[in-house]
Design a protein around this ligand. Sequence first.
Ligand code: HEM
Length: 292
Amino acid sequence: MDLQPLIEGIVEQALDDVSELGGEGDPVDLVPHLARPVASHTISVMLGLDEDDHAVLHRISSPRFDLMGSGSGPFGSISDAIDHFLDIVRRQREHPGPGLIGRLVRDHGTELTDTEIAGLADGLWTGGLESTASAIALGGHLLATDPAAACVLREGGPDGVDGWVEELLRYSSVVQVAFPRVALTEGELGGEQILAGDLVVCSLSAANRDARFGDSAAHFMPDRAPRSHLAFGHGLHRCIGAELARVELRAVLPRLAVRFPRLRAAEPSLVTGEQLSFIYGLPAVPVLLDGG
Ligand code: HEM
């Protein structure tokens, strides 16, 4: 399945909605009207979900990364989503859908259990939703608050877009820590003595501010010379959706910049980071479209 044109269609639809909501000079929040719809519709199309299933999963997934309340928020959300994916897999065994779930059912039959396919679908849904939505929201916030950066994205051509997106990924580091690793042998790492069996948690946001990025590491510089970053982690468990996330970011952010050249933050003082979450993000990005 060629996802790129489908993603471009999803982006255009979301931008039409944004345009309609903000057409009269009203503020529009880019989180529920652009970032989340683009991220969730993309995974939904990839998995082959219908609109009803997409809507259910979208609703039950919100508390998944919210660590402010008790564990019942995230844990309840995870088990509800897995139950719903199990239901989808059972239905798609009868009528395989057009996406990944249908393909696994068709190509692998009973080689894979319902629980395995539901778990895989849930992993992709979880991995791709909040992370990508946060990156889109942070990119939208940058466009609305940094006119010079917006100009680079509008006028930089395809290479400029790629550089801008890579810098956004490095600078925002939305997934702040890699999955914990267990040390198999003892050794020294960054001046720390690690023993076999120790749990090692790597801060990706700190790595992405490493001195090797220079004095400007703490700043967003879209024309920075290309240098690999760790926003998607490293090694065997590096993000499996990295290329998909890049396609989404390269589709949505330049279109947002070109379509609304006078985009600006509606209430900059109200923009705050998520209070406590695995993912670095903004709960709301209110913008004005006309710059008025
Ligand atoms: C800007 C968007 C994204 C960022 C910054 C991001 C970042 C990450 C990071 C840091 C990891 C852990 C890597 C490690 O521990 O070495 C990870 C794992 C993962 N991501 Fe993403 N991700 C993004 C989008 C996506 C998307 C779109 C999908 C799927 C549709 C996805 C699916 C996954 C999965 C399944 C894993 C687990 C991989 C494994 O355990 O082998 N991610 N991601």
